[in-house]
Design a protein around this ligand. Structure first.
Ligand code: ZN
Ligand code: ZN
Length: 248
């Protein structure tokens, strides 16, 4: 490293210390995440399930029917991933959002775009306006924006909307989740998705009920196909001891 660059980096570190996008701990300039989080991160590698994106043999997609064509995810929902999702959701940390968004863009490129799947637009799983107003932003939209920016795809906002409030999904059983998420979304601008292949983005998928319900609405509105990407995906054997957090 050149002397000038070293001085610049030391000065930058002094005035703008870098933090781990997952837990907020201070990190070095050459680190992306802290060593504690790095030990707990589980990146999903091939072979993966062609439906839900989990490592092969860790899902039961054979028994489920999902309306979306495929879901992919760069990470398993471990403790470190949960810390990062929490930081992005409740602390509005742009670096956490960029971290996940870039990983999502990478997996979309390798699994979809490199396989000649043409994506026409990117959208995020919506929040109810009251909830979004309280939080100030919707993390799924921020992820969708990052993915769209990274892949130079059009990002669409306010196409899919959540018009009915429901219970938080994470406390419910699989059957209750499906019921709870029914009829809470609708497509406000069908003409924006008609005939298009949509990329739907969210932070966590556990049962897949949320992205599936959004997909049904988009298909009903005339979308040609829906591909999904979520920052993390829950796998039973790797679940953190605390509750999961699908759909806020
Ligand atoms: Zn960390
Ligand atoms: Zn699967």
């Amino acid at each position: 490293m050149g002397f000038i660059r070293q001085i610049k980096e030391t000065a930058a570190e002094l005035f703008f210390p870098r933090r781990c996008p997952l837990c907020g701990a201070l990190i070095q300039y050459n680190e992306r995440i802290c060593s504690r989080c790095a030990k707990d991160m589980v990146f999903i590698r091939r072979p993966i399930c062609r439906k839900c994106g989990r490592p092969l043999g860790t899902c039961d997609c054979g028994r489920e029917r999902y309306a979306y064509t495929r879901n992919v995810s760069p990470l398993i929902y471990t403790r470190a991933a949960r810390r990062g999702i929490h930081r992005m959701k409740f602390r509005n940390v742009p670096s956490s959002c960029r971290y996940f968004g870039k990983l999502m863009a990478c997996v979309v490129r390798s699994e979809y775009l490199d396989a000649d799947i043409r994506i026409d637009c990117v959208i995020g799983v919506p929040m109810h306006p009251e909830e979004q107003c309280k939080r100030g932003y919707n993390q799924a939209n921020l992820l969708a924006e990052t993915v769209a920016l990274e892949l130079e795809l059009p990002y669409l906002n306010r196409v899919l909307v959540k018009y009915r409030r429901n219970q938080k999904q994470h406390m419910l059983s699989l059957v209750e989740r499906r019921k709870n998420i029914k009829d809470v979304f609708r497509v406000a601008r069908p003409e924006a998705v008609a005939g298009k292949t949509v990329l739907l983005c969210d932070d966590v998928t556990t049962s897949g009920s949320t992205i599936n319900e959004c997909t049904l609405m988009l298909l009903n509105a005339g979308a040609k196909e829906v591909y999904c990407v979520t920052a993390t995906v829950a796998v039973l054997s790797e679940m953190p001891p605390m509750q999961t957090a699908e759909n806020n």
